[in-house]
Design a protein around this ligand. Sequence first.
Ligand code: G1P
Ligand code: ZN
Length: 543
Amino acid sequence: MPILTIETKPYADQKPGTSGLRKRVGVFMQPNYLENFVQSIFDSLEGFKGKTLVIGGDGRYYNDVAIQTAIRIAAANGFGQVLVGQGGLLSTPGASHVIRHHKAFGGIILSASHNPGGPDGDFGIKYNVGNGGPAPEKITDAIFARTKVIDRYVTVNAPDIDLGTIGTQHCGEMRVEVIDPVADYADLMKTLFDFDKIRAMFAGGFRMQFDAMHAVTGPYAHRILEGLLGAPKGTVINGTPSPDFGGGHPDPNLVYAKDLYDLMMGPDAPDFGAASDGDGDRNLIIGRGRFVTPSDSLAILAANAPHAPGYAAGITGIARSMPTSAAADRVAEKLGIEMHETPTGWKFFGNLLDAGRVTICGEESAGTGSNHVREKDGLWAVLLWLNVLAARQQSVDAIVLDHWATYGRNYYTRHDYDEVDSAAANALVEALRGKLPSMAGTSLSGRDVAYADDFTYHDPVDGSSSAKQGIRIGFKDGSRIVFRLSGTGTVGATLRVYVERYEPPHGQHDLETQLALAPLIALADEIAGIRTRTGRDAPSVIT
Ligand code: G1P
Ligand code: ZN
């Protein structure tokens, strides 16, 4: 089949952010917008001729069209085989596993994660390398450079692949294997967790609700929770992926998963509530009457991981993103294992995981995962929690209280100001940067400043460094305020303010979070002038 060379013109705005290229669907639908980016990915890679590429997405609007386009361009560029999930579906952790398990060269994941979908929603595309993890900055920088000068892409004139039918097809010379999106992933989970113990817990009347938010984890949760683990039918709700996520916002936080939260705080709450996001890498964990912050969940899972067979030998280290609370640090300290603080974004964990320096990683943004794949993994976190609950035979609440009594509590909150004017947001950050040198060694609202800087990460594995990763003001009493601008938003700027305070093991652990942090929240506004500069009285989202 002849290879067609199509002339094109570059777009100036194809810089990958925290997690790939994310834009409104309408932007992606511009002529050659997607084609340019896919070709720029391939132009930035070497040695893939005849090799395998994995393609899958979260099922959002435009997924189907984008997958057919990517398959044709992959065929024309000389890939030997594409593995694609049935219906075009692969959760992000599922895709990471398929890449690793089938020793693929890399993979293309079509998703805008937790952002809304549909014709007026967001779309996204990201490239993952052979270890199953997001491409490192070296590659994303090369892709961006290429998008700025690209003048042609190649494709083939082949019919669409039938994504509904599992089995082998061809696109030009290239083989296309449509695979069951869940099977490999479910097999992996069986090797990590004590399925018998969890099954026995469900058989004993344990009740759970899992909200798949009309997104990609639906098929995974149905098969694993209700199928393999025998949870009663109806345990999984909103379990059929829809292109616009049922008109909702597939972000499993207390704002967008409010129904689940209300259920879990109500009189008829089941034992355990959980949810996952658009592409299945985030998680929300709520016990009866007890929400678990992602930072605490990371610490608790790290401390309890050996209850699961896959981690019975213990963990080698923990990594967390810089804005994530220091709760996990206390676990690492007690276990005498390595602890790493990385910039926001899962891609920074890859080197540490590959080098065997850490086993469990997490971010305050509801991402937790381990060395089983190279992405965060929503369902994995839920299954590890189930395994811990089955092993300890205690409630989520009891486990959380016990954790605080042992390690102390890191009160923690994040305030997001969405769709702020970009110029105002940049000016706020610049002004803060300017103030940092004069802050160190002073006292703010009675708190002694221990350090005030813009975080630079030095990767201990490959020696690279990444600067300007967020402004941190740390106090001698262990409390901290962090400011950074989101790298995943698609409209204006999103300012994130992270506030944390440490209360030792025998301290007071039952305060309401916003109340416990009120003085620091006020101080954050005072330092950065948030209200004045953004014109906002209150955050758009509090998590
Ligand atoms: C956000 C989260 C970050 C996460 C990323 C991708 O990025 O804060 O932890 O890795 O989404 O899910 P941000 O918008 O803050 O750049
Ligand atoms: Zn996601």
